[in-house]
Design a protein around this ligand. Structure first.
Ligand code: GAR
Length: 197
């Protein structure tokens, strides 16, 4: 069994889309894969409630308790690796996990660490992507699923979705339009990764 660990920091709507896809498409039978745990660096992350209600193991690892980024990432790795099964390393899926990861962490999960970012990378890495797209006068925006590499919001692109930026859009309106596409492309990209693993 290939175990998937999903990392969240907030609402977890992408995580919910992944959980629903795994159920509806029977990833267990199809890919020998299951979502083994949802991990958050924030105890108050809304998504944890949904995961618990689905009977998925949840873990909270508050980053404030660690003296350095390295120490937090080491503890996170230990927690994640606890879900490995013999001969089957864990697939780590970042779903609104708002922490910059250390190069050592990224290296450890090279090729099996996925992220979704709310812009058409390589444009608008970092934060406030929607406002920046509006301010730049972009006619289109979107989201990108990519393999994580040491450079923030870079790495091989696995999937993208494009949405229009409409006249008068607020960042929140654009974010909502992009997010609805994220919920479609992330499960597809993870399923594709599992299929080719
Ligand atoms: C999503 O829009 C995701 O792309 C973004 O945070 C949101 C999380 O929403 N991620 C990043 O900005 C990472 N750099 P969710 O918690 O409802 O899935």
């Amino acid at each position: 069994m290939k175990n998937i660990v999903i990392l969240i920091s907030g609402a977890g709507s992408n995580m919910q889309a992944l959980v629903r896809a795994a159920q509806q498409e029977n990833w267990q039978q199809r890919y020998g894969a299951r979502i083994a745990a949802v991990v958050s660096n924030k105890a108050e992350a809304k998504g944890l409630e949904f995961a618990r209600a689905q009977g998925i193991t949840t873990e909270v690892l508050p980053h404030q308790g660690f003296a350095s980024r390295e120490a937090f990432d080491q503890a996170l790795s230990a927690l994640i690796d606890g879900y490995a099964t013999p001969g089957q390393p864990v697939l780590v899926v970042l779903a609104g996990f708002m922490r910059i990861l250390t190069p050592a962490f990224v290296e450890r999960y090279a090729g099996r660490l996925l992220n979704i970012h709310p812009s058409l990378l390589p444009a608008f890495a970092g934060l406030h992507t929607h406002q920046r797209a509006i301010d730049a006068g972009c006619k289109f925006a979107g989201a990108t699923v990519h393999l994580v590499t040491a450079e923030l919001d870079h790495g091989p692109i696995l999937a993208q979705a494009v949405v229009p930026v409409l006249p008068g859009d607020s960042a929140a309106q654009l974010a909502e339009r992009v997010l609805s596409q994220e919920h479609l492309i992330y499960p597809r990209a993870v399923a594709h990764w599992l299929q080719s693993a």
